[in-house]
Ligand binder design. Structure first.
Ligand SMILES: [Zn+2]
Length: 338
């Protein structure tokens, strides 16, 4: 029997570099994890990456290679894979990631924004598969807020790779300043970083004794501990999560009104606190989006059942980035000639 075609996926993060071999029938066959040696410079990181790719290519040379997919933090110009100001990869501005990898490997690779790859994985193997939809939009709540859009089974890159930046959609016009140069972005109200900041702001008012005690006990407290406080009944912690919910509801409402897709997936570590932010999110969503209200899947007064817009937590968790990179060669069309 001919062995199944395999792909190699790379997940380039600010802390870890993950390189995996994958087949459709068996999933991830094996994975190499390395620290991202940022202090040694981008060439060292790319050399590490290519060394691990070669190791996997040699091991699996008996079967057909579908391609190599590389996920990078954005903003990134596609298909060239040229990086722009990345907060987690200082000194990589203007770096042509795809060309650098191809020079060393002597073979083509496909580069994609990591938020788009998380969306692709969720589409093929997660919530998109469970619901059987053809398109979805995903928000990943982590250090920042990533956004990826899958239209008719393909990642939507936009004109040059910069589509899907809803993390920097304005939610509160005079809100907190953002690293992108604007202020009041969704990322400033729905990321793990934002939850910590909003908690510190509540503590600074002097009127949130429970949260002040949390900070005193652990100055490095995380969004998860703010969730624990809210679950334990702390009203100030609950208010922080309500703000996350309101902000997400406004952001998702604009996406629903613009895109009218069947599914919006919310992923990232913060989603473990779904029960804390979802009620406000849905309340706001119903208020802000009549498209959402008109697509509730119910039968109306005229006996017509509407289509349904789903807003759901992600299924795949922290594996979605590497899985999306592995899936990319199987779904990306042939590269245009250079
Ligand atoms: Zn921003």
């Amino acid at each position: 029997m001919t062995p199944a075609a395999y792909s190699i996926g790379v997940d380039l993060g600010g802390t870890n570099l993950r390189i995996a071999a994958y087949t459709k029938p068996s999933g991830i066959l094996e994975e190499i994890r390395l620290p991202t040696r940022l202090h040694d410079g981008r060439d060292a990181v790319v050399r590490d990456m290519c060394g691990a790719i070669r190791e996997l290519l040699d091991k699996h040379s008996y079967s057909f290679l579908a391609g190599i997919g590389v996920g990078s933090p954005g903003p990134i110009e596609l298909p060239e894979g040229r990086l722009h100001h990345l907060p987690n990869l200082p000194g990589w501005d203007g770096f042509e990631l795809r060309a650098a990898i191809e020079r060393i490997l002597g073979m083509p690779v496909i580069v994609e924004n990591d938020a788009n790859l998380a969306a692709l994985a969720e589409f093929v193997l997660g919530k998109g598969k469970s619901l059987g939809v053809d398109s979805l939009c995903m928000l990943t709540l982590g250090t920042g807020v990533g956004n990826g859009i899958i239209l008719n089974g393909k990642t939507w890159d936009g004109m040059n790779g910069m589509a899907g930046e809803a993390g920097h959609a304005t939610i509160w016009p005079d809100g907190h300043v953002c690293g992108c140069g604007s202020n009041g972005c969704l990322e400033q109200y729905a990321s793990a970083t934002a939850i910590r900041r909003m908690t510190c702001e509540a503590i600074a008012t002097g009127a949130a004794p429970g949260l002040a005690a949390l900070q005193k006990k652990n100055p490095e407290f995380t969004s998860r501990e703010v969730a624990d406080s809210a679950h334990a009944g702390d009203a100030d912690a609950q208010k922080v999560w309500e703000m996350v919910g309101r902000s997400l509801g406004i952001g998702v409402g604009a996406l629903v009104n613009t895109l009218n897709l069947p599914l919006y997936v919310i992923g990232g570590g913060v989603v473990q606190a779904w029960d804390l932010f979802a009620p406000k999110m849905f309340e706001e969503l119903r208020h802000r989006s009549y498209v959402y209200r008109f697509t509730d899947g119910e039968i109306d007064a005229f006996g017509h059942r509407s289509a349904k817009t789903y807003v759901e937590p992600a299924e795949l968790g922290a594996e979605s980035g590497i899985l999306g990179a592995c899936l990319l060669p199987f779904v990306a069309g042939p590269e245009p000639p250079k």
